[in-house]
Write a protein that binds this ligand. Structure first.
Ligand code: ADP
Ligand code: MG
Ligand code: ZN
Length: 280
């Protein structure tokens, strides 16, 4: 048997999609792409004390529409939560997201797998959140600049079950997801503008094994071709490690498109404790 036939690959994707609104999730600032840095900002999205966030009705309608297009149950009551972490592009010190009570759960999306024919991928959850800002490393020598125009832009996150079985299936699922979201006019899904971003989780297990293996998460992927490449790299690393008698460490990898390599994010950055609690 070849190495590939001895191992089954298991993949689940978390996809962030920017909703096609003219204004941000909790304030009236424009979502227009390409404006001069830090011009589409206000006390709410800058997180100034005393600012009052007000949810964007159109964003919630688009999120519900996406959920229905993916066969999810849209819950009558869902709750925004604060996801606390420290990062220069996050002025409030927390992101408004959803955690325990997401907007929608329990959907599915069917796509055509080259290997398995029609496959139904389960959609575990679809929740609404705001985007963070952007750190720019190429504007000022030896310094990082921060552009907060994206801060507060409405996103949905679409989380699949661990139902995909190859990097190519991941790519084919994403292509179908993009088609559906474009068709229902929820997002322009323009990857070059960052409207669709993917975090890809992958594990391997011996053929016939029913329990899931330890997963690694590959972040920082902004093209479907790179999703396929990064997942193949991460999978091959795991198989090599296991065949050498080792174990897979649960970790976050970053994909570098220039060198087509994955590298481990430092362990310190991984140990997240987001201290979620409901946002009033
Ligand atoms: P975390 O709490 O680490 O974010 P989740 O349970 O929320 O993990 O799952 C995140 C994504 O990872 C989902 O898309 C899920 O299907 C996928 N996933 C979870 N476990 C595995 C695994 N063992 N192998 C591959 N994908 C997995
Ligand atoms: Mg997760
Ligand atoms: Zn604003």
């Amino acid at each position: 048997m070849t190495a590939a036939a001895k191992w089954e690959t298991v993949i689940g994707l978390e996809t962030h999609v920017q909703l096609a609104t003219v204004s941000k999730m909790f304030c009236g600032c424009s979502t227009a792409f390409g404006a001069p840095p830090n011009t589409n900002v206000c006390p709410v999205c800058l997180g100034l004390p005393g600012a009052l966030p007000v949810p964007n009705e159109q964003a919630l309608k688009l999120a519900a529409r996406a959920a229905l297009a993916l066969g999810c149950t849209v819950h009558a009551r869902s709750v925004f939560a604060r996801k606390n972490y420290f990062y220069p592009d996050l002025p409030k010190g927390y992101q408004i997201s959803q955690f325990e009570q997401p907007l929608a759960t329990g959907g599915a999306l069917e796509f055509l797998s080259a290997e398995r024919g029609p496959v139904k991928v389960s959609i575990h959850r679809l929740h609404v959140e705001e985007d963070a800002g952007k750190s720019l490393h190429d504007r000022i020598p030896r310094a990082t600049a921060v552009d907060l125009n994206r801060t507060g832009v409405p996103l949905i996150e679409i989380v699949t079950g661990p139902d995909l079985r190859s990097p190519q299936e991941a790519r084919d699922y994403l292509r179908t997801l993009k088609q559906v979201l474009e068709y229902v006019q929820v997002s322009d899904c323009d990857m070059e503008k960052g409207s669709l971003r993917v975090d890809a989780n992958v594990s391997v297990r011996r053929a016939g094994e029913t329990e899931l293996g330890t997963k690694v998460e590959v972040k920082n992927i902004n093209s479907f071709a790179y999703v396929e490449k990064a997942l193949a790299l991460a999978r091959d690393r795991q198989i090599a490690e296991l065949e050498a008698g080792g174990t897979v460490a649960q970790e976050t990898l970053l994909y570098d498109a220039k060198s087509h390599a994955v590298r481990s994010q430092r362990a310190k950055e991984e140990s997240h404790d987001y201290r979620y609690f409901p946002d009033p």
